[in-house]
Each structure stands twice: as C-alpha cells, then as structure tokens.
Design a protein around this ligand. Structure first.
Ligand code: GLU
Length: 486
C-alpha cells in the first residue's frame, strides 16, 4: 500500500440523508481533499429488510447536491469494488474471512435460538446482571453440534471475545482510549441467514478497501471497540479512528425534528443552497485556524485540519443555518438566483410554468428587489406577493381613501411614465421628483413614502420603495396606483 490517505463514507440506505450523517460525510471529504486523498462511497445495505435502492438513490443525489464528489463508489466503480455490501456478500468476501476466524478459533458457531437467547437475557436482567451472551456455544462438543444440526438448527457465527484483555487506541480527536474486552459478550458476526453483521462487514471492507482513516460519530465508539478486536483476530492493520462529538439542539437535547433538523432533501426543498449548508456544517465541531466563518468549499478544504476538531458537542441552530444561507444568497448574481427561485414562484402560482421564459426579465427584477430579504429560496413566495395583485385590508383601504393620501397617489401617478422598466437610479429619480413636488405642497417625507408604499404593496414592510418601483416598472406602478384612486 502507498501512503495515500483513503477515507470512506458508508451510509446505510435505510432512510434519508440526515444532517448528522452529512456532517460525517463532509469531514471525511474535507480531510481527503486537504490531504490529496481518496474519498470512497460504500453502501452498507446488508440489512435487506430496511435497505432500499430508493434511499440509496436519494442519499447519492443529496451527496452530489452538496458537492461532495466521491472518487470510488457503486456508480463509478474503482479498484477495490464492488462498493455495495450486498454485492460483496454475493461475491463471498465475508464468508471466506468468517471461515478463517472459525479455523483460527477466533469465532465459533452458535446454535442458540432467538427464544433461548431471549430467555437467557430475561433471566440475567432479572438477577441484576448485564445482558451479555453467556458463551454457551463456545465450547460445544462435536456431539452437541451434530445434535443441533440434526434438529435442523442453523448456526450463526459469534466472535470469541478475548478474555482478560484491555485494548487501547489513539483517537485523533479524543486522544488515548481504552476498553476492557470483557465488557462485550461474544457478539454475532454472521447471522443464521449467512448475512454478516455491520461490525464484521465494516472491518472486512475497511481493510480490503485500504481505508486509512475512519471519522464517524462517537455513538460508534462501542462498535470501534468490537471492530478493533476483529481487526486483531484477522491480523489486519486497523485504520486510524476519530470520533466526532454528537450534535445537539440549542437546548442541549439530542438533535431532532423539533430543532428544525431535517433530512438534506428537506433542506433542499426549503431552498437552502449547498455552499451555505456545507459552510455551516463544517463549523459543527470544527473551527478554522483563520477564525473566519464564511468560507467557500475550496478554502474549507485548504484549511481543514483534524487537530481543530472539537471534543465538545456541536450545537445545530436552524436560525444560524438560515443566516448562513442568507449570506450566500446575497452573493448570487440575479440571473442565477432567479433560476433557483423560479420553481418556488411557479409553486406559489406567482407565475405560470409556461410564462417563465417570457417573464424572466421581470422576475429577475423582483428577485433582485427581494434578494436581501431571502434566507431560504422559498421565502421568495412571500416576498414576491407585493409585486402581484394586492388585496388591501380594511384599515389600509380606509387610510388610502383619505384626501391627503389621494393627493400623494395622484402626484405619483403624474410622474410615472408608460415605460415597462427602469433601472434603479431612474426609479430613485422618479421618486425624488414626485416627492419634491409633494414637499412643495407641505407634505413630509414619511407620509409620502408610507402612503406610496401602502398603495403599492398594502404593507409598511418590505424592500425600499425604489426597489419596489424597479421591480414593478413605471407602467405597472402607475396601474397599481390608479387602482387606489377613489
Ligand atoms: N453504515 C454505518 C452507518 O450508517 C456506517 C458507520 C461507520 O462509519 O462505520 O451508521
């Protein structure tokens, strides 16, 4: 093997791609990119009841959407494939090594039935013990085995956990960690149906795929312990491990939907953009040496450093993520942003699908006028409303019907042209001219601008007035104002 750094992202396709898993994928990816290493995508689909190709597809799509390109994987192949555990199983990869472990005495066949194991477990717990496999089948005589086979029992294969042994390893994030092997009962590595368990398959694959570093959540620490024992029994060099702290909500509780935490696919739908999501996720447990917060992907990859990953839990705050997203939205040019928001405008009925091309220029102006108000792309649905037909509340209608308001509206109408569009400076000039005229007649700025804003949008909040006229264009502004004349 060369000195090449090889990491992997190994999702189980049993659900959508989650924020925590995405952070794990990202840290592995950033580490690989920083070190000029290889990022492997491996699909852990041995649980055939819960794994589906739909979830696999959805995870792969989200990973691609985030921009975390993989160098080897089920779709693109690579030198150490196949990259789906189900295919590796069919190729007999795990069976061979399980047999080796049986031969060397590091594993044994266990004939216990589920009922027997359940009974044993209940008894131990009732006696106040720790539920662990008793090791009943560890030393079966050949007669016992023959008897079980004659009864039609199918064995699973259990790993024989070494007795009186302490294992230690250096975690790149948490420092030296150790554990007593006996804290684990002999665990199953191949089920009765011949399917390898997660811990066994991972050791085989990480080893055969030449994985040098494994970064994953600290909820995997007890798995790492089991895996280290298997690595030793197979005489394989273990990778270097780093366990990332958990992600909590702002209330320090385990992250859940309650905190706005969702699947990547949900964030996509709400209109988070990948660059912002990546930037925010990178700061969940890692701080760049530069102390800068807004960092594009290339800078993140250049700065990423395992030694700056924190041991303390990370806090996921949806409002912070939105803030990041807003910052990235502001940086987009208006054509790019318009293309991104068109689906939302179609969804809200602001524009008909067949009109999006013809209306594109108008939409870019509305988008530009709304740009600083958007935190997620879907916010455009609300922001665009003021550029459509407005239904005034009774209060607003009453206020606009007052004489002074009518005067403001009429003066503005007189300054509007028949032009479809104006640029922002021209929009400012139109406003200034109308306002100057009204000021001569004793009107104050506040009254002028509030009235015009109300007449055009029905509300006092929203983008600056010149942006509203820029978004609407003089002709449409005039039409809207004329509708307010009583
Ligand atoms: N398939 C495992 C999971 O999704 C991977 C864990 C690991 O990185 O080893 O949790």
């Amino acid at each position: 093997m060369t000195d090449e750094i090889r990491v992997r992202f190994a999702p189980s396709p049993t659900g959508h791609f989650h924020i925590g898993t995405a952070r794990t994928a990202l840290f592995n990816w950033l580490f690989a990119r920083n070190m000029g290493g290889v990022f492997v995508l491996r699909i852990e689909d041995t649980d055939s009841e819960r794994s589906t190709r739909e979830f696999e597809k959805s995870i792969i799509e989200d990973l691609a959407w985030l921009g975390l390109a993989w160098d080897e994987g089920p779709d693109i192949g690579g030198p150490v494939g196949p990259y789906r555990q189900s295919e590796r199983m069919e190729a007999g990869v795990y069976k061979k090594l399980a047999t080796d472990l049986l031969t060397t005495g590091h594993a044994y066949e266990c004939f216990c039935t589920t009922e027997e194991l359940g009974g044993e477990r209940k008894k131990t717990l009732a006696e106040g013990g720790v539920s662990q496999y008793s090791g009943r089948c560890r030393n079966l005589s050949s007669d016992d085995r023959a008897q079980f086979i004659a009864e039609g029992r199918k064995p699973s294969i259990r790993f024989a956990v070494p007795e009186s042994r302490r294992f230690a390893f250096k975690d790149v994030i948490r420092g030296r960690l150790d554990f007593e092997a006996e804290a684990f009962g002999d665990f199953i590595i191949v089920r009765q149906n011949g399917v390898p368990t997660y811990n066994f398959a991972v050791v085989v694959d990480d080893s055969q795929m030449g994985i040098t570093h494994v970064l994953r959540g600290e909820d995997h620490l007890s798995n790492t312990a089991k895996q280290l024992m298997i690595f030793e029994a197979l005489n394989f060099e273990p990778p270097i491990f780093g366990h990332l702290s958990m992600i909590f909500g702002p209330d320090k509780a385990k992250l859940s939907k309650r905190h706005g935490a969702a699947s990547i696919i949900d964030y996509r739908r709400q209109g988070f953009i990948p660059e912002a999501t990546i930037n925010y996720l990178s700061l969940l447990g890692w701080t760049p040496a530069s102390g800068q917060e807004i960092l594009d992907v290339a800078s993140l990859a250049a700065e990423f450093d395992l030694s700056r990953i924190s041991k303390s839990p990370a806090i996921f705050d949806i409002d912070r993520l939105k803030w990041f997203n807003g910052q990235y939205i502001r940086k987009l040019d208006r054509v790019t942003l318009t293309n991104l928001v068109v689906p939302y405008l179609v969804e809200s009925g602001f524009v008909k699908p067949e009109d999006t091309a013809d209306e594109f220029n108008r939409l870019t102006r509305i988008v530009e006028a709304s740009q600083t108000s958007l935190e997620v792309l879907a916010d455009i649905k609300e922001c665009a409303k003021i550029f459509g037909e407005i239904k005034f509340s009774a209060d607003v209608a009453e206020r606009l019907a007052e004489d002074r308001a009518q005067k403001v509206i009429k003066v503005f109408i007189s300054f509007m042209t028949e032009a479809e569009t104006v640029n922002k400076d021209e929009a400012k000039d139109l406003i200034r001219a109308a306002a100057d005229k009204l000021k001569e007649d004793g009107f104050k700025g506040k009254e002028i601008f509030q009235t015009t804003r109300l007449a055009l949008t029905g509300t006092l909040s929203g983008p600056e007035l010149f942006y509203i006229i820029f978004g609407l264009g003089p002709k449409e502004t005039k039409r809207k104002l004329e509708n307010c004349v009583s």
